[in-house]
Ligand binder design. Structure first.
Ligand code: NPW
Ligand code: ADP
Ligand code: K
Length: 479
């Protein structure tokens, strides 16, 4: 499990740990991890040139101490001090190791360095960059019109300027890192979009904080977590004990969505798939998936993918069964908040909106949701009193109690029509096996992304390729 903590949680844990250690020991641990990560990126020390952008806090202190270690190894290190007052011990250490320093006077370098280390601000930073910091960054790590750069940027703890606890980006400038070296635990911005791509690859340095940290509200499941949650048929299993998933999706207008939702449901994780809906779709479903049967009892429903104006009726019929359900696409529009069966009892559900659909549910603009995904996913989960899977490059699975699982699997090629239908069917199948909605949504989105990666191999895919690859991903997880 990759856990992401907030600034306040990190500061509390740091205070508890620091009280057991010599002064400065934590910063030394952080700086050493940072320096070795930079050395790895440089691929050597002699002849390599590193510039440190240094702000007024401990983040700049980390950069200066790491710079001292790099300078002792033979790297040419220069610190650009962006504040009158920087970490004094760090600066003394850099000077003693032979590193140079200068203030920022608006003039850039004669020759670009190999790596720029962003020690402008860390978890103590306010969003955005001051003009001097933005200008120094642009001078030492210039970008062309396409955003390409000849210099690699390593962020200390977080890319300066991003909102650490929310994953939001500031209105103004922020650092865009190739590598972020973080300490003790991940921060929310490392996982949550739109900030997470600004972090580049994220490298976690263990500084001993673990025992002092509380359980994280924001986590990302890893392969071993998913493997532990995966339903496996017992020796005495039969198709009904494994769970039956029903699909009410597709329409005369969008028959393909019905087929793709069935393809996701028929990944082999549940014991049986039923299709209920448009007769012309049913014929095509039977042709493509001979194992799929018609009306009967189910342990879960997937409703709405590619539905037409009858999606509301399909949703009501599914809710009346009082089994767990996935509510996708057109069916989302017919949903009342909170999600309840007709008799008022709560029904375990997973809502699977993309940003546009979530915006409609909450009566806001799509751009608002995209800018503040964590907050809006949580708000929807609370309002509907159910699990919400907000789909995107890093999908968020929000529980009404505030916990969030971030999905980090899946290539950009997964942004292809019908991929969401496959996901809805897959999560429905996992619900049928008995996983609770939070687990089913998180495991389903992880498998979906991993199947897309497997199918893509770096190239283009269509939605049915994703469904076809789920079995292979499950097989490798179980191996
Ligand atoms: N916690 C841990 O476990 C460990 C933490 N460690 C390290 O400590 C870091 C946190 O350090 P920190 O608390 O000193 O704050 P930090 O992020 O350097 O910045 C605050 C300073 O910046 C300023 N400032 C604010 N916004 C600004 C802006 N937009 N643009 C420009 N300036 C801005 C503000 O000054 P002001 O402008 O308010 O005068 C303030 O003084 C953490 O990220 C990690 O790297 C490791 O060493 C060891 C383990
Ligand atoms: N840039 C991206 N990178 C990775 N995955 C993405 C990206 N964009 C979308 N996805 C995933 O692709 C799927 C798209 O689903 P959706 O928006 O419902 O499309 P459709 O309605 O065509 O099926 C979701 O699982 C989403 O998480
Ligand atoms: K930083």
């Amino acid at each position: 499990m990759r856990a992401a903590h907030t600034e306040a949680q990190v500061r509390d844990a740091e205070a508890a740990l620091a009280s057991t250690l010599a002064d400065g020991a934590l910063m030394q641990r952080a700086a050493t991890g940072l320096a070795y990560a930079v050395l790895g990126l440089l691929g050597g020390a002699y002849g390599r040139r590193v510039v440190l952008l240094v702000g007024s806090g401990a983040n700049g202190g980390d950069a200066l101490h790491a710079g001292a270690l790099l300078a002792r190894r033979g790297v040419a290190v220069e610190a650009v001090l962006l504040s009158e007052a920087v970490h004094a011990e760090g600066l003394a250490a850099l000077r003693a190791a032979g590193g140079r320093d200068r203030g920022w006077d608006g003039t850039g370098p004669r020759r670009l360095p190999d790596v720029v280390v962003d020690g402008i601000v860390g978890i103590g930073g306010r969003p955005g960059l001051k003009p001097d910091a933005a200008a120094a960054l642009a001078a030492y790590a210039p970008e062309d019109d396409t955003g390409a750069r000849p210099v690699q940027v390593v962020a200390v703890d977080v890319p300066s300027g991003v909102e650490v606890d929310t994953g939001r980006l500031p209105d103004g400038a922020h650092v865009r890192a190739d590598l972020t070296v973080t300490f003790g635990t991940h921060k929310v911005a490392h996982l949550v979009d739109p900030a997470s791509p600004a972090c580049g690859a994220v490298h976690l340095v263990d500084i001993g904080l673990g025992p002092h940290l509380p359980p994280a509200d924001v986590v990302a499941l890893q392969a071993d977590d998913v493997a532990a949650l995966l339903p496996r048929p017992g020796r005495a299993a039969h198709k009904y004990t494994r769970g039956v998933v029903g699909v009410r999706a597709g329409s005369g207008r969008y028959p393909g969505a019905g087929l793709l939702a069935v393809a996701g449901a028929a990944s082999g994780l549940a014991g049986m798939v039923r299709y209920v809906g448009d007769p012309t779709v049913l014929d095509r479903v039977r042709e493509a998936h001979p194992e799929v049967v018609g009306v009967g009892r189910v342990q879960s429903w997937t409703v709405g993918s590619g539905g037409d104006n009858r999606a509301g009726a399909a949703l009501r019929a599914a809710l009346a069964d009082e089994v767990p359900l996935v509510v996708d696409a057109e069916a989302l529009r017919h949903l009342d908040a909170p999600v309840r069966a007709e008799d008022g009892s709560s029904v375990p559900a997973v809502l699977t909106p993309h940003a546009g659909e979530l915006a409609s549910l909450l009566g806001v603009e799509r751009a608002d949701v995209e800018a503040d995904q964590l907050a809006y996913a949580r708000r929807a989960a609370q309002r509907y009193d159910t699990v919400v899977l907000l789909k995107g490059p890093h999908s968020l699975v929000a529980h009404p109690d505030g916990r969030v699982r971030v999905n980090t699997t899946g290539p950009s090629w997964l942004a292809t029509a019908g991929a969401g239908d496959v996901l809805a069917g897959l999560v429905g199948a996992l619900l049928a096996t008995g996983l609770d909605p939070f687990d089913a949504a998180a495991v389903g989105s992880w498998l979906h992304g991993a199947a897309a990666t497997y199918a893509s191999q770096g190239g283009p895919i269509v939605a049915s390729d994703v469904a076809d690859a789920v079995g292979e991903v499950v097989r490798s997880l179980l191996a």
